[in-house]
Design a binder for this molecule. Sequence first.
Ligand code: 8YV
Length: 334
Amino acid sequence: MKKRIVLYKRLSDALLARLHQHVEVTYVDTTGKDGLARLRDALPGAHGLLGASLRLDHSLLDLAPQLQVVSSVSVGVDNYDIAELTRRGVLLTNTPDVLTETTADTGFALILASARRVVELANWVRDGHWQANLGPSHFGCDVHGKTLGIVGMGRIGEALARRGAAGFGMRVLYHSSRPKPEVDARHGAQYRSLDALLSEADFVCLTVPLSSSTEELIGARELALMKPEAILVNIARGRVVNERALIDALREQRIRAAGLDVFVQEPLPVDSPLLHLANVVATPHIGSATQETREAMARCAVENLLSALAGQRPANLVNEQAWGNGQPNNTIAT
Ligand code: 8YV
């Protein structure tokens, strides 16, 4: 008897075929006003879930008492109540590594776009305003040789450090839970307290996971420590920043600009003040959004799911405690 899984993220034909070899697959389109209702209808009897960008609350988990694994197509796991999944003996897996370089590229795209005013000036050209050579009012600021401050020195943070140091000759500072001598050695990076980093950096780039200790890590006090010519880049999660305080700092030009890929509310409402500030580059959570990387993430998530349902320890297990004695019940042959 094949196990049942519910997909709430589209997969390529090749990955769907891989799943169909081993499990019964139900795909649910969770967009639109009836999306959650469709998911609720599909959950009873599910042994596995695969998807992303959806908060799996207790009421949804209660509908799937046979659930053994949630395979997230993401590296961030802030959408999940990890303690509750562990209490229920449900494995949670994610997709680190495969998206590291692409997400770091996104971070540098925002550093360059915000420093050189790429979006603002490209729109200015498109609107027919380019009638003469540029003057100082249209100048941006340099990136090469400046000081890059990275908040969060995990995989993505280190990939950013490598780009800054090796690619742009930048001085790299970082703040993390602890100093990482290996990062210092590899990239000439220097550990700083958060306050010191904020006061020294020309570019402050946020890469920390969202947790109770990083929610609103950057608020009015922290923004006030930044230099007026500094730029904030957020490729972490919107709730790492107090968005109201950021809007005020940008509007009053207490910092130069912001490059934002994540927001407290996503999709970002069209009436958000962030979309009406010339010194903001806003992208729609494109961190890992390339064809190659999203396929690699989905492939990783499929293998995590199949391993878990086959009673094997998945390669990317988030909640080790749920693994228990490593002998989950009712496994499948893969
Ligand atoms: C994805 C991300 O956009 O991996 C993450 O945590 O934020 C992005 O890679 C998102 O998770 C949807 O797949």
